[in-house]
Design a protein around this ligand. Structure first.
Ligand SMILES: [Zn+2]
Length: 648
């Protein structure tokens, strides 16, 4: 094993408050020292030395910021989460203010051709990115505008933290009569006893929401729980979101961009070759998805409505509270795929080792469990090892609890820098502890795709390019690609077992794959609805968020939103993804094409090795377009996505 040590957590629960405040304080002091040296930089510091110093400061800041974000979303103690949020605010403010500091910029802006010419490709790339970061940070603006950008950037951080906190703390409950649970599996009923008032409590947490959405035959039950979920963090987040949108619009304008989408896309794949940003390119891409998915969606919708009318002859439209139930029901009736039978093969205790074994074989690594104290007893930690060398460490925090992030995501914890910092990353998910739906298994593989990208892309000289540091609209491609392994009969047979110990049969998986093709275009249109909302909220800036959002959802997909609700208040991606929720479909176009590289089988060793080397290990050291072309041997194309959309 190489000598760099993983991050050491406090040995006992009392140590976390100090950990959460002291590590950022140390980082801030270190950055101040480095910045003083850079500002004083004279001829004794050549270009390479300046870049190394910048990297040292960047590393300290990224480590502290990653830790603080993780604790703010995952620590069980609300007081520690509050400290972590404060530290996020401080650290983000420092990062932003460095990019507004003309004295720091001077250390890089005036690097002459002689110095620049002495740089190797990695250093050159870092210098180019750094100058771009400074420009986008606002360093070149007149002083009054710089001050205003500083205020706006800090305010965005503060509001985004508040937006996330309201969602995290926003769990809702409904109470229903026991017979309202018709259709739900026995283990679900056993876990939801009748309370003293004769009613059963359902929460908006995923282990309740997902099965109710999919299995409850009672339309009123589905509608009530989905409605509660659609009002998560409302009304609290109404004003918060309105101000986030205002702050971003003003910041984009001050920085010289047409709108926030122009600002965001300038550094993404979609904005390449579009000076000033690619806001219009998002609109074009969404129109292309609209055109590609419309025919199949138009054919699928009447089938759903007709099936709904068997349950409820008065139904006039399919709503989002019916969608997953109807898909599941039709897949059972038309394709002989019973979601509850499928679920009986996926116990959490088997899925976890299954995901680990599958990705270990694919990526030629081992996961070695490590017994360490972390922020919660639910967390499982593993070293990622190849040939006896520790490449990184992962932490899996997979079940819901109060005050925890309530979606599914991968959080960086330590950005890998070769010989200095071991890459570490964390999954925060909310899986059931017993039987899992197949959807949950797909999500698990998806998030694992991000996790291994962070670890295997974490052997970098410069932290700027460590892990998932590619163009942001590429980041979902490796995770969406890995979802395919959850649809492979051989892979699933290797770890699934029902109560009798039998693995999921290959013919059932084949039927699942066929059945999954039905409703796909409608699902893409649901995603397109999210993408439209994320884009138009930031670009059109409507005065009435509720009315505008409802209109975009209603006009994008034939499956209708529930009326009068406020799903944007709980749309957590609006902070991190901003105007760019289109990312999911953009990445999916690439992911579908990347799969063609595995035509010799998903576990094909040659393809897997090439994938690891060409796509994951480079991190952000090369442009994503080049990574994809290196793997495929040609530029990527839209065709595979179009075929997939047609049900292939
Ligand atoms: Zn993802």
């Amino acid at each position: 094993m190489r000598s760099i040590e993983p991050l050491a957590f406090p040995a006992d629960a009392d140590g976390w408050a100090a950990f959460a405040s002291e590590r950022p304080t140390t980082a801030v002091a270190l950055v101040a020292d480095i910045d003083a040296r850079l500002i004083a930089a004279s001829d004794d510091l050549d270009a390479a030395a300046r870049l190394d110093l910048w990297n040292d400061a960047d590393l300290a800041l990224r480590q502290a910021t990653s830790e603080a974000y993780l604790l703010s979303e995952a620590h069980p103690d609300a007081a520690v989460r509050a400290i972590a949020e404060e530290q996020v605010q401080t650290l983000e403010a420092l990062s932003a203010s460095r990019l507004l500091d003309g004295r720091l910029f001077a250390a890089f802006a005036d690097l002459g051709d002689r110095d620049g010419g002495a740089l190797d490709a990695d250093q050159r790339r870092l210098l180019d990115h750094l100058r771009r970061d400074f420009r986008r940070g606002g360093v070149a603006l007149p002083e009054a505008d710089r001050e205003r950008v500083r205020v706006l950037t800090d305010r965005d951080t503060e509001l985004s933290l508040e937006f996330s906190r309201n969602i995290r703390d926003g769990r809702r409950e409904i109470r229903v009569a026991p017979d309202a649970l018709a259709g739900l599996p026995q283990d679900f009923l056993d876990a939801h006893p009748v309370e003293n008032d004769g009613l059963v409590v359902l929460t908006t947490e995923y282990p309740d929401l997902m099965p109710v959405r999919e299995y409850a035959t009672d339309r009123a039950t589905r509608t009530a729980l989905v409605a509660a979920y659609n009002d998560l963090a409302w009304p609290a987040n109404d004003a918060v979101l309105a101000e986030i949108l205002a702050v971003r619009a003003e910041r984009a304008r001050l920085l010289g961009y047409g709108d926030w989408a122009d600002y965001e896309t300038e550094t993404r794949m979609i904005g390449a070759g579009r000076p000033g940003g690619g806001s219009a390119a998002i609109a074009e891409f969404l129109a292309r998805l609209d055109e590609a998915s419309a025919p199949a969606a138009t054919a699928e919708y009447p089938v759903l409505l007709e099936r709904l009318r068997q349950d409820d002859p008065t139904a006039t439209e399919v709503t989002i509270a019916d969608f997953f139930y109807l898909l599941s029901t039709l897949r059972r009736e038309r394709h002989d795929v019973d979601a509850q039978l499928v679920r009986s093969y996926f116990t959490f205790d088997r899925v976890l080792p299954g995901v680990l074994d599958t990705t270990a074989r694919l990526l030629d690594v081992e996961y070695v469990p490590v017994q360490i104290a972390t922020w919660h007893d639910d967390v499982r930690s593993y070293d990622v090892v190849r040939d006896g060398e520790r490449l990184g460490r992962i932490h899996l925090d997979l079940h819901p609890r109060d005050g925890k992030y309530n979606h599914a995501a991968c959080f960086p914890l330590a950005p890998g820098v070769t010989g200095r910092v071991l890459p570490e990353a964390v999954l925060l998910c909310n899986f059931a502890r017993g039987l899992m739906t197949h959807d949950e298994v797909v999500t698990f593989f998806h998030e694992f795709g991000h996790l291994v990208h962070d670890i295997l892309g974490g052997a970098q000289r410069f932290v700027r390019f460590s892990g998932v540091a590619t163009e942001w609209d590429f980041v979902e491609a490796p995770s969406q690609l890995l979802e395919e392994w959850a649809w492979d009969a051989e892979v699933l047979a290797s770890f699934t077992a029902n109560a009798d110990g039998e693995p999921i049969p290959a013919d059932l998986v084949a039927k699942m794959r066929t059945a999954d093709g039905f409703g796909r275009a409608l699902e893409v249109r649901r995603q397109l609805g999210h993408a439209n909302v994320s884009y138009h909220l930031h670009v059109d800036r409507p005065a009435d968020l509720q009315a505008a959002t409802e209109r975009w959802y209603a006009s994008t997909s034939p499956v209708q939103p529930l009326r009068g609700l406020h799903s944007y208040a709980g749309f957590g991606h609006l902070t991190g993804y901003g105007a760019c929720y289109y990312t999911y479909q953009w990445s999916l176009v690439i992911a579908r094409d990347l799969l063609s590289g595995f035509d010799g089988g998903l576990m094909d060793a040659e393809a897997a090795t090439r994938y690891r080397r060409e796509i994951l290990e480079p991190g952000g050291r090369r442009d994503a377009t080049d990574l994809v072309e290196a793997f495929l041997g040609r530029p990527y194309a839209f065709d595979a996505y179009r075929e997939w959309l047609a049900g292939a």
